[in-house]
Design a protein around this ligand. Sequence first.
Ligand code: R2B
Ligand code: URA
Length: 310
Amino acid sequence: MTETTGYSGGGFVHIKNPHLDSMEEDILYHLDLGTKTHNLPAMFGDIKFVCVGGSPNRMRAFAQFVQRELGLAGAGEELPDICAGSDRCAMYRAGPGSPSASHGMGIPSISIMLHELIKLLHHAKCRDVTIIRIGTSGGLGIEAGSVVITDTAVDSSFQPRFEQVVLGDVVLRSTELDKDLAEELLACSREIADFPTLIGHTMCTYDFYEGQGRLDSALCSFSSEKKLEYLRRAYDAGVRNIEMESTAFAALCGLCGLKAAVVCVALLDRLEGDQIRASHEVLWEYQQRPQRLIAAFIHQRWGWPKGPTH
Ligand code: R2B
Ligand code: URA
């Protein structure tokens, strides 16, 4: 069975679960929020834009960065973690109606967080929400430090699909992302001249080592030639970077009516090697590149005040 993306009218988040309506209370366990304990419409009803990324520290840095870049009130002050009661996810307000939240590493982690985040948007009655995942990745045939805007998330056979096992059956979900949003982001990148940005397919794997064809794993059953042959086939199929969340992200957001994009910086070129050798300073600067692009996007889309771009 294949489930495909569909946007409904009204811009509401679609929750495709009839059981939710009959629940007296919905506890969003990993976010430490709930429909009885929190006034979700008052806290989150103004959300138009959500940015998610792997690490709590990076998402706090992103919220602080956006506040600084856009000269918003509260810039420079300590930011409270909205999900402080949970050590699984962190959430910060990057500005009016725009939280930034962490999802951990890999598909199981991002799936849990997204189910709860999407229900949160539904309970809060949010409309017309855009969601962007920012992150790191391994590049394929591109310069380290390049930023890839994903047009299509593909699995490790280069197919645009996400396999979810439901009650023992495999359900195939489409991994379409919003093409117009990707183009809008690319247009914003032209304002930032000091790093390359491109659109390409992103391959999503279940593992960082064997799953991404690394030779430096604890177990390795293939030769260097086989690895390169696989990565070249991925390149020829249009893949320009590799990470670990994009197919699940694209599938869930698409099915629930959120306009979604994935923007990741490449920490290395996987055709050149496997180990991430750049210094902490260089990696820190690389990780700021997707954040700078998103700040330019927020400025362009919502007209927020604009501060320095770097
Ligand atoms: C990119 O980087 C992480 C692995 O180092 C993973 O979460 C991803 O998608
Ligand atoms: N994240 C990944 O998933 N792969 C890389 O090579 C680098 C970052």
